[in-house]
Design a protein around this ligand. Structure first.
Ligand code: ADQ
Length: 498
């Protein structure tokens, strides 16, 4: 991909949310995630387009002129909305995406509901996204499709005869073959992934799992991976086509977080947050409501920590922020209930008139408020049971301007690959080990904290979200070096089905 190619980004959601406020007036809110931050300048410079769902269903009556207004307001790049009906959202998004792929790819197969109707809807909606892309794509455009909701878009685009270079990035983990093989549509999904020119994963393990699935499920006559073209980027030759497969750990806009955290008003707000408890350490958890984030395991570990270490009572305060998410799905409603029950139980058992062990908040915070909270906290606590990357730990490090914070991090996050030397790594299933990790974090000498946090921040600063975007684009455009045949191995081979 040359410097002059225009980019088309395709994601489930557009980088802003359109909806009606309480008075029935249409409102536009800008998205603030890392992907938006990273892509906005690229799209603007190259006059690109973002294709996605605008956040409301077809049945909602929204002013037609609004999208035009959004385009001019936003951004300097174009947006192409893909409208979805309430039924499509239910079947494709809540159904196939979040009741099949999300649990399957996060090691939670017990939560998978393999309904064939979900699959039909997923195919149909992916085709709809592809048609929308086909309407606007010019032959020299580089098309970049994002995440698990849209795996089949590339294949549909090929069926529509688009010859563009097309890339795909998977933000969530790719599961091991024994897990992936349970999916009734495993062959279709893998074959569709091979229609892309470049595939990006968060970690080397995800890439390895993908290769194992190719070998054992598609059992191609020959796969020829790969001399590495660049670090972590390989090339395979499959069915007459060359496909690049790389590892690109996503990150955040370090400077944006760092500079906001350093502002005096952020510091003041952080001081205010600590006012009522100057002598008490804050251990902070920030997670979307999701069973993969290990929120219950964190609470269980904190409960055991309070039992094992009574001397720590009144000296530590656990703030757990939970951002509402996917509340239409039963597993999420149940999880919320169990979290609230456990918080109540811990506070009931250990709380004192002047000390609340756990403070739980179920809402989304304004970004500046979140950054102040990161600054105010001595320890960040990430206990995901499985997480593609986890941006919270990177945001915490970026905001830790005095470099005295401690990061407790689950081994099962993508981020653990980058942070394993300087975070306190935990197995969140090991409740006692995690309880002891909290004690260790609390009592870590200042010099050690500083050294570790400095190293963590150096990684986040040098490998930020712009480094991530550039790495993906470079890999998409580098010249082919060579292809080497490898032994496909002796692993188990799953049946071909009918
Ligand atoms: P998520 O599962 O959504 O993303 P994560 O990486 O933790 O998970 O990112 C969450 C984002 O939401 C952060 O940018 C954070 O600032 C924001 N957020 C969280 N809590 C908030 C709160 N209370 N108020 C306001 N904002 C809050 C998926 C994958 C991850 C992967 C990302 C990016 O599941 O593994 O890291 O994509 O690829």
């Amino acid at each position: 991909m040359g410097k002059n190619n225009t980019i088309v980004i395709v994601s489930n959601r557009l980088p802003f949310i359109l909806g009606k406020n309480k008075n029935g007036k249409t409102e536009v809110k800008k998205g603030a995630g890392g992907l938006v931050t990273a892509m906005a300048p690229v799209l603007k410079n190259r006059k690109g387009t973002w294709v996605g769902w605008p956040g409301y269903v077809e049945e909602t009556d929204i002013d037609d002129n609004l999208l035009a207004a959004v385009e001019s307001e936003a951004t300097g790049y174009r947006v192409q909305p893909v409208m979805l009906s309430a039924e499509e959202l239910k079947m494709y998004y809540e159904g196939f995406s979040n009741s099949i792929i999300w649990p399957l790819f996060h090691d939670s197969t017990d939560k998978c509901v393999f309904l064939p109707d979900y699959w039909q809807s997923y195919k149909k909606v992916n085709r709809k996204f592809a048609s929308s892309v086909a309407q606007i794509a010019r032959p020299s455009d580089f098309l970049w499709v994002h995440d698990y909701q849209l795996i089949l878009v590339g294949e549909h685009l090929r069926k529509m005869s688009l010859k563009n270079r097309i890339g795909f990035f998977l933000h969530i983990p790719f599961p091991p073959v024994d897990t992936f093989a349970r999916c009734p549509w495993r062959k279709e999904i893998l074959s569709a992934m091979l229609e892309y020119d470049i595939l990006g994963f968060q970690t080397a393990q995800d890439k390895h799992n993908f290769f194992e699935c190719l070998k054992q499920i598609l059992h191609p006559p020959r796969i020829d991976p790969k001399v590495e073209l660049a670090k972590g980027v390989s090339e395979l030759f499959f069915a007459g086509k060359r496909i690049r497969i790389g590892v690109f750990p996503i990150s955040i806009d370090f400077n944006e977080f760092f500079l906001t955290a350093r502002e005096s008003k952020t510091q003041q707000r952080a001081v205010e947050m600590r006012k009522s408890r100057p002598e008490t350490m804050i251990i902070l958890g920030v997670d979307r409501l999701d069973y993969t984030k290990g929120i219950l395991e964190k609470l269980q570990a904190f409960r055991l920590f309070l039992t094992l270490f009574p001397t720590a009572h009144k000296k530590i305060h656990f703030i757990q922020l939970v951002v509402p998410s996917r509340r239409e799905i039963t597993a999420y409603v149940e999880l919320k209930y169990r979290i609230e029950q456990l918080v109540g139980e811990i506070n009931g058992k250990f709380g004192l008139h002047d000390w609340l062990p756990v403070q739980y908040m179920f809402r989304s915070l304004e970004r500046n408020e979140l950054i102040s909270l990161y600054r105010a906290s001595e320890i960040a606590f990430v206990a995901s049971l499985k997480d593609g990357m986890n941006l919270i730990c990177k945001e915490y490090c970026a905001c830790n301007v005095d470099e005295q914070g401690v990061l407790i991090l689950s081994e099962f996050t993508g981020a653990a690959d980058q942070f394993k030397r300087d975070a306190i790594l935990i197995n969140p299933h090991d409740i006692e080990g995690t309880a002891r990790a909290i004690y260790r974090a609390m009592n870590m000498p200042v010099e050690e904290r500083k050294r570790r946090m400095h190293n963590l921040r150096t990684i986040v600063a040098s490998k930020d979200v712009f480094w991530w975007v550039n790495g993906f684009f470079d890999a998409a455009s580098k010249k082919i070096l060579s292809c080497v045949e490898i032994d496909p191995g002796q692993g188990k081979v799953f049946g071909t089905g009918v």
